[in-house]
Ligand binder design. Sequence first.
Ligand code: ADP
Length: 489
Amino acid sequence: MTDQPLILVLDAGTTSTRALLFAPDGTPSGLSQRELTQHYPAPGWVEHDALEIWDKTLACARDAVAAAGGAGRIAAIGITNQRETVVAWDRQSLLPLHRALVWQDRRTADACAALKERGLESAVQASTGLLLDPYFSATKMRWLIDNIPAVAEAAGAGRLALGTVEDWLVARLTGGAHLTDASNASRTLLLPLAGSSWDDGLCDLFGVPRAALGEVVDCAGNFGSTDPVLFGGAIPICGMAGDQQSATLGQGCLSPGETKATYGTGAFVLANMGGVVPHSANRLLGTVLCQLGGRRTYALEGSVFVAGSLIKWLRDGLGLIGSAAESEALARSVGDNGGVTIVPALSGLGAPHWRPEARAVITGMSLATTRAHIARAALESMAMQTLELAEAFAADGAAWTSLRIDGGMSANDWMAQDLANVLQIQVERPAFVETTALGAAMLAGVGAGLFDSLDHAASAMRGAVTRFTPAPTDIAARRAAWAKALAAT
Ligand code: ADP
């Protein structure tokens, strides 16, 4: 290892928490990872133990610091995290007052429905870019106050801290700071996209005491240093962003129109919207991509619920393929889909439909249909779902100029080429697919002064990419079959 300063990234995800190191040229090293326990106390309820998140993140960070050769080798920490998940803790003891309510948790569905019935969704969307859905943080915060006596008591005594996971980690790392970056804050329903801090009207509407919330800060800067006891020396915390925003930066989507799509279990698409507050007429979400020097860059966001999980279902549910990667060879083994179309609404349809009750269909099968046709139709459904999103983004004034892909499914070259053909734009896949961690490293590098801008951080740290160039493609028949199948969901 050279003696360049290193950047330590803490990536606190949903299923695991990780730490890894980056050199200023983007070379990663020292990955340490620990699984998180998922608690499902009732149908639709999902919780994490916030102390477990902290203990395991700290253990991973200690592994990485040891691999680096000590705290003195680390110039800065960057944090990226599962978004929307709410932690309630006591400001004095820094102990959680209850388990964290995870973004997937649906327990506040009725509270959201009641607000919708009062006709409040359009005003909330115009201000925050978000919809009235249990996914976002505010109704979870209120639930904790209403249902957990220790939380209500702490609120009464002025000791309650409510925050998302980056805020919780900063509190523990520094011994008490209460800060949230604007990208994470923009997922709570309490931050107007155009306002620098929490909105009193929104706090009142959702019943969240403003005094319990942390200070909204930039995504890069100096947010305080770690307690020297933790790593044998103080390390400044210099970057923070929610995981999807971080991945968008890690993909180098720094100019308006540049778009990334992460194909994991589901697919998350974010398009850079520049400095203009986005307003969607197509049920996409407006969100803060990042904030630097008090200036915001925005993104539009759309998610489809089923991507890699369709391939997993072909493998584990149907036993039609032996491995996820086999889907590629099967798709290549046939000249076309043989008339088969799949609309993979196995767990409902996300953007732009928002029909959680919809169910999947496979149409157009005959006695000539083979598992290769099904595999091909499954991969083709990724481009068709992405095309629907591309059209919704374009209708909202955010036509994509390129698509940068990552996530487990992006390893599939056939799917990547099909995306380029169907969308008729260049598709790029980085050689280094840990874009979420890279984005946080870029922010920390800027915050620590190693780079003077995100553009410089991206050119220094992003590695090689594979490009998929669109070939002339007539998708009229696929489009018509898709529309028919969609109607049957
Ligand atoms: P997550 O982060 O949501 O857990 P990953 O990014 O790890 O997901 O992606 C895993 C998903 O990608 C799985 O659902 C798997 O079916 C799918 N997948 C992995 N490799 C391939 C491949 N070569 N072709 C198609 N799908 C794949």
